[in-house]
Structure formats: C-alpha cells, structure tokens
Design a protein around this ligand. Sequence first.
Ligand SMILES: Cc1cc2nc3c(=O)[nH]c(=O)nc-3n(C[C@H](O)[C@H](O)[C@H](O)COP(=O)(O)O)c2cc1C
Length: 197
Amino acid sequence: MQTSPHPLDPLLSRRSTGALEDPAPEGADLDLILEAGLCAPDHGRLRPWHFVLIRGDARAALGDCLAAAIKARDRQAPQAQLDRIRAWALRTPLLIGVGARIRPDHAVPEIEQLLSAGAAAMNMLNAIHLLGYGGMWVTGANTYDPKVNAALGFEAPSRLVGFLAVGTAKTPTAGTTAPAGRPDRLAHVVEWRGALR
Ligand SMILES: Cc1cc2nc3c(=O)[nH]c(=O)nc-3n(C[C@H](O)[C@H](O)[C@H](O)COP(=O)(O)O)c2cc1C
C-alpha cells in the first residue's frame, strides 16, 4: 500500500550519527543551518546563542586544545586518550561550538538562556538532517572545561552547551517515518486533569 509522505516525516526521521565524512555543509547550505539556529525561541530577545565554526586546519588546533584540557585535568591521562580526541577533531568535517553568552543579572533566568542555546543546537541539528547531512550533538567533560570555554570565547558566566559534529553520514541514518528505537509515547506523556494519581 502506498502511503503519502507526511509533512513531519523529515523531522521524525532524524537520527544522530557520529560516523561522518566529507563533504560538510558550506556556502548556502551552511548559511541555512546557521539561520535555523538563529530561529531558536529566546525569552527577552537576549540572543544568547553564539556559534563557533571549526573546520579545515582549525580542527587540529581544536584537537590540541581538547587534549591539553584533558591533560590539565588529569596529568596521568594516557597518550591514547589524547590521540583519540585529536583524531576525532581532525576527522570530523565540521564542528560547530554552540554556546550561550549568559547575562547573569538579567530578569530572564540563566537556565532559560541556556535552554535557548540548546534550542538553537536542536534547530541546527534538524536543519542539518533536512538538508541531507549528518550530525551529532557531543559534550563530555571538555564542554564544561573553563579553558576550552575560554578558548572558544565563552568565558564564565558564558558557557558552551556542546559541539555539533557535522558532515555527511557514512551510512544513511534516516527513513521516511519515525525510526525504530524511539521511546513509547505513552511512557512520556500524560494528560493532566488537575491531579496526578
Ligand atoms: C546535550 C547533549 C549532549 C550529548 N553528548 C553526547 C556525547 O558527548 N557523546 C555521545 O555519544 N552522545 C551524546 N549525546 C547523545 C547524542 O547526541 C544523540 O542524541 C544520541 O546518540 C541519540 O541519538 P538520536 O539523536 O538519533 O536519538 C548528547 C545529547 C545531548 C542532547
């Protein structure tokens, strides 16, 4: 039986993937992805989100920065761990550092400024998928490391909310309907009628 495409199919079929290769989005495609980030909801028009593009030779510098941060946190960090993080930065076609320039004394609470940056990251992930590229939101201890944050322009109280690893998925990640493996809707949704039992 032929079923017609549903407008939400592209949204429901998004999957993350870290198995990426060239090409990365650039030019008009990259502009659109960044524009999608700028469409994130934002309480108070604070525009807290900022995006740092890391590509080409800068990826080696990012790898060095991440490895140095690991080493500074743990002098005993094995060389293999440092090599792995450098290799990850080098092989990822495009990295987008997503952060929030936090205004701590603003009436809009910090959590809302951070959530807005998270929404920008999600909008970009969806745009990456809708344009036929692959991506994944990655954090880990380096995302919360003050030295890494400072290197990317997010001195406290501003902060990174993560990196988007972006490129072309090595294997297709999307079908045309919600993929298997998504949680049961009923486990996450209740109808509130005044009291939960
Ligand atoms: C804020 C945030 C941080 C994440 N950090 C990592 C990470 O550091 N490493 C990782 O393997 N997955 C991380 N993930 C999970 C992946 O980005 C991805 O969502 C997960 O693999 C599930 O895939 P899906 O998006 O297709 O459901 C993170 C997700 C979020 C929302």
